[in-house]
Design a binder for this molecule. Structure first.
Ligand code: 13P
Length: 252
């Protein structure tokens, strides 16, 4: 059975004190509730990863990074390797986010390398895919997402693929306040699950968690998560306020 997941992508936000407060509030909630089959992940900026992993000991909170290098190690000033993350109890990493594709020119081949690095160190990639607004308007959104998965994920053997989480994040919905409708999300998530089934078989497809991201918030999460192929969310803005993030977790 696949796991429902709510992951917070803090992006480049919060100072140390704010990050500490946020994580404390989330931990308090997690320790009070017994969450059944829901994984809660926080993905803070890299400088706060140790703060997060310290708080995530002895409870059901998981920590993810927002990025890792496609290189193993060496003279890459400013970069962070999968080996470093894994040695700090970081268990997830966002890979393929549209902001990294756009601002840092991360292409399909580089993302495939990042996925490989992560898996080699037992870090679960949260692999993001999703189309731009003109692509949706042109009706090419299924093709675009298919190519993103084929080029950066589908080289994996089935055993490795079992350790991947997919996040569908239509770029036009990210930070815009315009979320995909529940029907649009379900349609794409079912399409993605079918692609996985064609490539790896019915069981791996059934077991893959597919998250929705893009203006998902405390108000619309319930309706989005109610769809059979939407297994949770990758949350940006609404993950920065503990009340909102907790309401999203409670939307299952
Ligand atoms: P928003 O929730 O702010 O739209 O961001 C979504 C996102 O990019 C998560 O990775």
């Amino acid at each position: 059975m696949r796991t429902n997941i709510v992951a917070g992508n803090w992006k480049m936000n919060l100072n140390f004190e704010e990050a500490d407060d946020l994580i404390n509030n989330i931990v308090e909630f997690i320790e009070e509730e017994s969450l059944e089959n829901i994984g809660v992940i926080v993905c803070p900026p890299a400088v706060y990863l140790e703060l997060a992993t310290d708080h995530a000991q002895d409870n059901d909170l998981y920590v993810g990074a927002q990025n890792l290098s496609n290189h193993e190690s060496g003279a890459y000033t400013g970069e962070i390797s999968a080996r470093m993350l894994s040695s700090m109890a970081v268990s997830y990493c966002i890979i393929g986010h549209s902001e990294r594709r756009k601002y840092f020119n991360e292409d399909h081949a580089m993302l495939a390398e990042k996925v490989n690095r992560a898996l080699h160190y037992d870090i679960v990639p949260i692999f993001c895919c999703g189309e731009l607004l003109p692509e949706r308007e042109a009706g090419t959104h299924f093709e675009v997402v298919k190519k993103q998965l084929e080029e950066s994920l589908f080289h994996l053997q089935v055993g490795d693929f079992a350790n991947v989480v997919i996040a569908y994040e239509p770029v036009w919905a990210i930070g815009t306040g315009v979320n995909a409708t529940p029907d649009q999300a379900q349609e794409m998530h079912a399409f993605i699950r079918n692609l996985v089934a064609d490539k790896y078989g019915a069981e791996p497809a059934e077991n893959t968690s597919i998250l929705y991201g893009g203006s998902c918030n405390a108000k619309n999460a319930k309706e989005l998560f109610a769809n059979p192929d939407v297994d949770g969310g990758l949350i940006g803005g609404a993950s920065l306020k503990s009340d909102d993030f907790i309401k999203i977790i409670q939307s299952f």
